[in-house]
Write a protein that binds this ligand. Structure first.
Ligand code: ATP
Length: 201
């Protein structure tokens, strides 16, 4: 079974992923795969350079992500083009890795996909788990973690689908409003249930 783990910015996806991987469950991180997909020599890298030109390269030939970000910021056509290059590469790599884990005998694989609902990626997973925190706590944790002002943090939160809307879409909602120990206990309980159901089927 492939689980899509998602949430809002700073609701605790990485914290949950770490807990799950400590339990021996393979976690495939969409952000890491996306960074890897645009490394020199990769297919997506070549396509980006062919389309955007050398101006998106640093002197060491790595992609200048900040420059690329500037270019697509105000240009929806170019942003769409970039997405058309990067997204399929990321999706196929994630699928490939998941299949490897499953065929290697792992009953459960986690895909950590921050924008799962925004990008409508439900089709990639069997079940969605949402790491939820109350919006006021989400704001506080984001400000503390990244040193943002309230205004900076709010603008980042508002660029995503509201966490309460995601709650409606998720198969399993995991509340992360308490301690990390509490979150771990909730995850262990869910894992216990999933494994039990699996062995009955
Ligand atoms: P992003 O979307 O930015 O990748 P995320 O969803 O992965 O964020 P985390 O980085 O796991 O979120 O958590 C955000 C911050 O909140 C971190 O500083 C983390 O240590 C803290 N945090 C997460 N869960 C708890 C908790 N239960 N109690 C206290 N702090 C927590």
């Amino acid at each position: 079974m492939i689980i899509g783990l998602t949430g809002g910015i700073a609701t605790g996806k990485s914290t949950a992923s770490l807990i799950l991987s400590e339990q021996g469950i393979p976690v495939i991180d969409a952000d890491i795969i996306a960074k890897d997909a645009v490394m020199p020599g990769k297919d997506a890298y070549e396509k980006i350079v062919a389309f955007f030109g050398d101006e998106v390269l640093l002197s060491d030939k790595n992609l200048d992500r900040a420059r690329l970000g500037e270019i697509i910021f105000n240009n929806s056509e170019k942003r769409q083009k970039l997405n058309e290059i990067v997204h399929p590469a990321v999706r196929s790599e994630m699928k490939k890795q998941a299949e490897l884990y499953l065929s290697g005998g792992n009953p459960l694989v986690i895909m950590d996909i921050p924008l799962l609902f925004e990008s409508k990626l439900n089709h990639m997973v069997d079940e969605t788990w949402l790491i939820y925190t109350h919006p006021d706590l989400q704001l506080r944790r984001l400000m503390e973690r990244d040193g943002y002002s309230e205004e900076q943090a709010l603008s980042r939160i508002k660029s995503q689908m509201p966490i309460d809307e995601k709650k409606e879409l998720a198969d399993v909602v995991i509340e992360n409003n308490d301690t990390k120990a509490e979150l771990k206990q909730k995850l262990l309980n869910i894992l216990h249930d999933v494994t039990k159901t699996d062995s009955i089927n």
